[in-house]
Design a protein around this ligand. Structure first.
Ligand SMILES: Cc1cc2nc3c(=O)[nH]c(=O)nc-3n(C[C@H](O)[C@H](O)[C@H](O)COP(=O)(O)O)c2cc1C
Length: 179
């Protein structure tokens, strides 16, 4: 399982990713976390060369990331909510997956979509962020096997007070991937 974290700080997204990794390590399921925002990744120029040959002209950390995405069937995307949508770091990462997409390399993979935000559920802010992740999955041919919003998380530790929610999310995820 590959967990892609859309926030650079040691905050709620990374803390949730660590909880998931801890739980799946116990099940002997190999789980890796990446934080694209803390890597060297150029922004896609839209040249579309990768549509022709499946290769991106940039040499940066996306080369390794693409190999990781290729080698994992279960991809967990965790985005902090920013202005009701996904984080810029996650968007840059998605755009740079186009070489894989152009070779049908994302089709059939499992996407687990998670959004985290400061606002309450009734303001639909995390819902809108989640929708942007789900739209990406749909347009790239991935199957969304689970989605989840965490609300009322403003401070970088706030998610830790949602322990029951985290545990039920993790057990649902274990059921979905049959472990
Ligand atoms: C630029 C910016 C915009 C934000 N916009 C929203 C928003 O629209 N809705 C919301 O619920 N939270 C918003 N937040 C709050 C973050 O989503 C929240 O603090 C989240 O827990 C951050 O995740 P992290 O701790 O993993 O960085 C915003 C934060 C930043 C920095």
């Amino acid at each position: 399982m590959l967990i892609i974290v859309g926030s650079r700080r040691d905050g709620n997204s990374l803390k949730l990713a660590n909880k998931i990794k801890e739980a799946f390590d116990k099940e002997r399921i190999n789980t890796e976390i990446i934080v694209p925002g803390n890597q060297k990744i150029h922004i896609c120029t839209g040249c579309m060369d990768c549509d022709k040959d499946g290769i991106c002209g940039f040499t940066d950390d996306m080369k390794n990331n693409i190999e990781k995405v290729k080698n994992n069937n279960d991809l967990v995307f965790i985005t902090p909510t920013r202005w009701n949508i996904l984080s810029g770091d996650i968007k840059i990462f998605m755009d740079r997956l186009n070489p894989l997409f152009s070779r049908r390399g994302l089709k059939g993979k499992n996407m687990i979509a998670v959004s985290i935000g400061a606002k309450s559920d009734d303001l639909y802010s995390t819902e809108a962020a989640l929708t942007s992740l789900i739209s990406f999955a749909e347009s790239s041919g991935m199957n969304v096997i689970l989605d989840k919003k965490f609300n009322n998380c403003l401070g970088s530790d706030d998610i830790l007070s949602h322990e029951d929610e985290i545990n039920s999310f993790i057990s649902e995820l274990k059921n979905k991937i049959n472990c």
